[in-house]
Write a protein that binds this ligand. Sequence first.
Ligand SMILES: Nc1ncnc2c1ncn2[C@@H]1O[C@H](COP(=O)(O)OP(=O)(O)OP(=O)(O)O)[C@@H](O)[C@H]1O
Length: 674
Amino acid sequence: MRQFKTESKKLLDLMINSIYTNKEIFLRELISNASDAVDKLNFKSLTNSDIKLDSNDLAIRISFDKDARTLTVSDNGIGMTAEDLERNLGTIAHSGSEEFKQENAESQGGDVDIIGQFGVGFYSAFMVASKVRVVSRAFGEQTAHVWESDGLEGYTIEDGERAEHGTDVILTIRENTKGENGEAGENYDTYLTEWGLRDLITRYSNYVRYPIQMMVSKSRELPRPEDAGDDYQPQYEDYQELETINSMTPIWKKRSSDVEQSDYNEFYKSTFHDWDDPARTISFHAEGSLEYDALLFIPGRAPFDLYSKDYQKGLSLYSSNVMIMEKCADLLPDYYNFVRGVVDSADISLNISRETLQQDRQLRAIASRVEKKITSELKAMRDDDRETYEAFFENFGRGLKFGIYSSYGMKASELADLLLFWSARENKMVTLAEYAATMPEGQKAIYYAAGDDRERLSKMPVVKGVLDRGYDVLLCTMDVDEFTFQAMRTYHACGLSKVYEDEVAREAAAKAVADGAEPEVEDRDIEFKNVATGDLDLATEDEKKDAEEATREHGDLFEAMKEALGDKVEKVAVSARLTDAPACITTEGPLSLEMEKVLARGPEAGTEGMPKTVRVLELNAKHPVFEKLVAAKEADDTEKLSLYAGLLYDQALLVEGILPADPVAFAQNICSLM
Ligand SMILES: Nc1ncnc2c1ncn2[C@@H]1O[C@H](COP(=O)(O)OP(=O)(O)OP(=O)(O)O)[C@@H](O)[C@H]1O
């Protein structure tokens, strides 16, 4: 018996038991070797006219024998001489394929896709096999040789027989093991079943460029006998047929101009298990120092588990047509987690197990390009197919907003223009750019109201107040909306009509336009303002004066009401934002009523650290109810004033969709008034 070269025993043990976390990849490795062998022969025939070869005959064959527990991977590729067997399979980490690649680097051109590079993949067979027998006949040789090993001590090489050039790798599959200490046992029997092998072939090696064939069991209906009566039941028979299991053509390598959209749709549906066509397909090919092909899909609707914690984002990563990772998460940012697709690159540096990558830099470069492509495709969809985009946004918009929020606004420049919000004035979804474009002169902020019901929001007195002044209000019904705005702070609007500092500049500009110049435009950062928080600064000079006067005149009324309401409010004040409602609750500081509601549903609910709103009860001094308050104060009727204050506070909260803290007392108070 010959001994493995180098510190082989230890190394081999490491190779077999430590490199791979996933035993099933052995088949991928053996198929890749077979594909390399076929590729080498094909290459030879292309470069040497003496070799006559019908490339249609090149194939990889998988067969198994349940009783003998053998699984065979055969190819009719270049084969190995006894010397090759010694060098390639007797020396760990010697890659004949890598050598071949180097030797033929100059003349290779685009027609070879050699996968092997490390010289270790073959040994993964020992993870599932107790013995491996390789029968190989090199192309052009008359004799065959047999390499055999149990993966422990060493190997033998003997003369053997094989009808044609090529290689059979015959694995004696291990017996199933029982689980220990609560861990599941290993089911090696799967590698001796048609479905188990089919699953592995289609998962890892579906796009290997040569046919991978296997005898499969099928069933067919027998011809109806001529004398069959009316009660004849169809009869079936089982039969075996050689089937090509892999689909071979990696559609992502083709130029999109050469592929029908229906083919992309088919690929998308069968690969990513969706019933519907994708909303968009993105295909691109990078050239230069890092070459890769990418095919991405934006689904029409959210996968059912998108918002579950089990959902895994990621693109399938291939290298030379072989799947390396089913979901490479690093290729997609979280906010584009719904995107499906494939990235294939022969240039990425794989680690030896092909389970991870060695260089983050390459991956980051691809990820950044992928992200840009998705963003620009979404923008195109927003502009040229608004209906589909709105449906898309309905499904995935929350994730985009969350992307801005969770990046503390850093991703705003990338994502802000993809957002849509409901415009109270236009009664439809608008982008921030569209909102900004319709802002009348003098509008200083983007106004929004947040709550869980659009209908209710549109009727809120504070919303009406802003609308009545001619400013649109975005009605935000997603829990993340306000947090997103706070993370963004401002929206960078482009191409707005220029605002002039003074009258002289304005007149000069108007004159220039009258003389035929284009009106001047500018870019501006516009603040977001919740219509129910802080000072909106919308009141006219007269209104401000009125409010100040009312504040001065009725200071003691407000104080008395504040006393009656206690800790519930920070203060009671006259409102400059209400038109026809008697009162409203606004907040001071960064926390709005709606945000407080959202936080109250979160994990910090009820804890000490839960932030609380600073509330203000604003009163409309022009409303008839205000006169009642004044009268009660003048009559020194503290009880009535306290009743009124409580009622106004509770009803203002109700309008905001917040139940009174004590609904029973609220109901009793109303009855007592009646
Ligand atoms: N079916 C085969 N036909 C011909 N040569 C083979 C076959 N299988 C393996 N070899 C030879 O054995 C070498 C070692 O194979 P092994 O799978 O260990 O490594 P590799 O394919 O070169 O690299 P990697 O570890 O990256 O897969 C190959 O480079 C190739 O020269």
